[in-house]
Design a protein around this ligand. Structure first.
Ligand SMILES: Nc1ncnc2c1ncn2[C@@H]1O[C@H](COP(=O)(O)OP(=O)(O)OP(=O)(O)O)[C@@H](O)[C@H]1O
Length: 262
């Protein structure tokens, strides 16, 4: 059985003439351990879909099942990493990461042990006592990932986690997240605007249409198991990239028309 089932999930924001139909009924199954990337033009409903699985938003119709049970609100089995680390600025790295385990009743010593483990996993062992303002954007995102992992979620939900980073940092962190995925076998739902990022990381790439979001195409790239950054130069990668680029361009043009007609 799939880990997650979106069953005919639609979302409308507001009512009357101002209402926005963000998602048409969408059905999507996410297998346990899959790395699923959502790609689509701006405003097509990617974050809405992720927020519905997180439990932050409720669908207008349909339902989301996790392990066969309906998602009714946020819970610790789903960890969310935001675009900006969303760290507690007044806490050092260790305390940020230990916060979740402490909140769920672990002792201070156990929470610190768990935090240290995940801080090491994201490569920040020497920075446990630093405060967020002392860290680069890339390091803050690593802390955000460690903080999410420290709650032992079964699924990681990541909404453009690397969007604010420079290109080199982003590429290094893509390799890191792939290594962490290989180590932890977590199920990951990831939003990105980068076709390269999606193809490099994902076991399944879901391309969405312009608003109201629908699933336009799905791809199963074979690069997620590889640790070699050079896969991006392979003929298969380049071919898939061109195909997805064509699909996204059509949808981006539609989205642009919607913007100007508003
Ligand atoms: N709380 C809300 N109230 C009203 N409209 C909303 C709300 N949240 C999202 N929307 C609208 O729903 C549509 C989908 O938004 P969403 O943020 O899910 O898109 P997205 O694909 O994640 O966009 P982007 O790639 O720009 O982040 C947009 O038109 C947005 O303006």
């Amino acid at each position: 059985m799939a880990k997650v089932h979106f069953e005919q999930v639609s979302k409308r924001f507001g009512s009357g003439p101002q209402a926005v139909q963000a998602l048409e009924p969408i059905s999507l199954a996410i297998e346990e351990g899959a790395f699923t990337c959502l790609l689509g033009p701006s405003g097509c409903g990617k974050s809405t879909l992720l927020n519905i699985l997180a439990g932050f938003e409720h669908p207008t119709s349909g339902q989301v099942l996790m392990d066969g049970l309906r998602v009714r609100g946020p819970d610790s089995r789903r960890g969310v990493v935001f675009q900006q680390g969303a760290l507690f600025t007044w806490m050092n790295v260790l305390d940020n990461v230990a916060f979740g385990p402490l909140a769920t009743g672990k002792s201070a010593a156990e929470a610190a042990r768990i935090a240290a483990q995940y801080i090491e996993m994201v490569g920040l062992s020497g920075f446990a006592k630093r405060f967020p303002y002392e860290l680069s954007g890339g390091m803050q995102q690593r802390v955000g990932i460690a903080r999410a992992l420290a709650n032992s979620p079964e699924i990681l939900l990541m909404d453009e986690p690397f969007a604010a980073l420079d290109a080199q940092t982003r590429e290094l962190l893509q390799e890191e997240i792939k290594r962490i995925w290989h180590e932890t076998h977590k199920t990951i739902l990831w939003i990105t605007h980068s076709i390269d990022e999606a193809l490099f990381l994902a076991t399944e790439v879901v391309v969405m249409s312009a608003r109201p979001g629908r699933i336009k195409a799905k791809f199963q790239p074979r690069f997620a198991q590889s640790n070699d950054p050079a896969v991006v130069a392979s003929a298969e990668f380049v071919r898939m990239k061109a195909e997805i680029f064509g699909l996204l361009r059509e949808e981006a043009l539609t989205a642009q028309r919607q913007e100007t007609e508003r």
